[in-house]
Design a protein around this ligand. Structure first.
Ligand code: NAG
Ligand code: NAG
Ligand code: NAG
Ligand code: NAG
Length: 431
């Protein structure tokens, strides 16, 4: 999957097959194991037995040091319906289910846990504290669809190699985990489908992240003004409780941003002219908000745009012909707004099944709002700031446009699963 190759791995993820020899009396060894298994199965709340790692023979000193951390975490697990931890026994840590070994960057001849993939394991534990933050060489931590709860520890920032953190679809709460802001090499951050609340810290958009998935939490307050500083390619802020307008700075992300999901929030205000600067964007979805105003003509500069969804807002005016002329549009969803006018290029898109204008105020069109609904809406005056920018088109549109006569339909058979950010709105999806 593309995600895994966005940044070259610091070190390879080959699973090292460990051959070890038990160099001490066997009865001692099996005695210890039986004791552990009994304890964790029947009395999970007791503190771990004082297992002495020196009685086991580890491939590497680093694994010997990690062993008691894993066993302590194992003892804290309150549910394991797939019996994952049944394999977390003995010194062969590299073959524990979910753990992967390789050579750490600071010592090519050492062997350590470099990667953890608990995706879909359904493990429950009251906290990840004292676990991930104590695995000093871990570079990837993926734990989609478990039942980990608690908050995220400050010690996380001390992990020097961690660059992918996925704790999506768990029960983790609290405010945005501030330690994440201090993680130097983090490039992939996936906190979606948890119970995080409070504000999204502006610093997150100053970090060198390629992926920021924060959808389906309880984040509140306005989107930070500096969102456009982000070098991220994929951003999902959908299905939170974000308020305020779409910041004008978003246009500053023009050379990098490919996909952004803002839907199901409480966003207000007019769509800023600067959205039209996003020349590399292929997905922009701000549906189900309270956005208003006319569409800026700058949207006609979104030359790579495939999915533009602004349905279920309070947008009005004429749908700009330059927007409908974009060649790569597969889905332009403007249903349930208050648009009043379309030109021939847009009408053509409706015919082609690309443009959806149901539930608007266009006279003579089928499936529109009632006259009463429309006149009630238009009786309230709305003004947009920078209204003079609405008609500006900050790009050359010649040659790029589809002509009104091409009834080009790219939409048929295209599913949302082709886009990275829409995949992130499926709670079980593992990236
Ligand atoms: C769990 O897995 C271990 C190791 O594979 C096995 O020995 C044990 O019997 C399993 N326990 C259950 C309850 O299935
Ligand atoms: C590198 O790791 C190997 C294997 O654990 C160890 O024997 C060696 O002392 C380490 N080298 C350094 C410089 O730490
Ligand atoms: C980012 O965008 C804002 C608003 O459009 C602008 O004022 C600011 O100068 C931009 N910053 C950079 C670094 O381009
Ligand atoms: C366009 O997107 C909307 C909103 O996600 C969806 O309901 C609709 O089926 C899509 N239409 C096409 C033609 O893909």
């Amino acid at each position: 999957m593309e995600i895994f190759h966005m940044k070259p791995l610091n070190y390879s993820l080959t699973i090292v097959i460990i051959i070890f020899f038990v160099s001490f009396p066997c009865f001692l060894c099996s005695l210890q194991f039986n004791a552990t298994v009994t304890t964790s199965a029947s009395l999970p709340l007791l503190p771990p037995l004082p297992l002495i790692p020196s009685l086991l023979n580890f491939l590497d000193q680093r694994l010997a040091e990690i062993y008691p951390i894993i066993q302590t975490f194992k003892n804290s697990i309150t549910a394991d319906p797939l019996n994952i931890t049944g394999t977390w026994v003995g010194s062969d840590i590299c073959n524990y289910k979910g753990f992967f070994c390789s050579n750490p960057p600071d010592n090519e001849s050492a062997t350590t846990i470099s990667s953890i993939d608990f995706n879909g394991f359904q493990l429950a534990a009251p906290s990840l504290d004292g676990f991930i933050d104590q695995l000093p060489d871990v570079a990837l931590f993926h734990a989609n669809s478990n039942k980990f709860s608690g908050t995220i520890t400050d010690n996380l920032a001390k992990l020097p190699y961690l660059y992918e953190l996925d704790i999506s679809n768990n029960d983790i709460s609290g405010s945005f985990p501030i330690p994440i802001l201090d993680m130097k090499d983090l490039s992939f951050l996936d906190l979606r489908f948890n119970s995080f609340s409070g504000l999204i810290p502006p610093e997150i958009f100053m970090k060198d992240l390629q992926v920021i998935f924060l959808n389906n939490n309880n984040f509140m307050q306005p989107i930070p003004e500096n969102i456009g500083s982000t070098p991220a390619l994929y951003i999902t802020l959908a299905s939170n409780k974000l308020t305020g307008p779409i910041p004008r700075s978003i246009g500053n992300a023009s050379s990098t941003l490919k996909e952004i999901l803002l839907f199901n929030n409480l966003l207000v205000g007019c769509i800023p002219y600067e959205v039209g600067f996003l020349k590399n964007a292929i997905v922009f979805d701000a549906s189900n908000n309270q956005l208003t105003g006319p569409l800026p003509c700058s949207l006609g500069c979104l030359k790579k745009m495939e999915q533009l969804n602004l349905a279920n807002n309070q947008l009005y005016g004429e749908v700009p012909e330059v927007l409908c002329a974009l060649k790569n549009l597969e889905n332009l969803s403007l249903s349930n707004n208050y648009f009043t006018k379309v030109g021939p290029t847009c009408e053509n898109l409706i015919q082609g099944g690309v443009l959806d204008l149901r539930g608007n105020c266009i006279s003579g069109f089928a499936d529109q709002r009632t006259e009463e609904e429309c006149s009630t809406f238009f009786s309230q005056p709305i003004t947009c700031p920078y209204s003079s920018s609405l008609k500006l088109i900050p790009c050359s549109t010649s040659g790029s446009a589809r002509s009104p006569s091409t009834n080009s339909v790219k939409a048929s058979g295209v599913t949302k699963t082709s886009w990275v950010t829409y995949q992130a709105t499926d709670l079980r999806h593992r990236l």
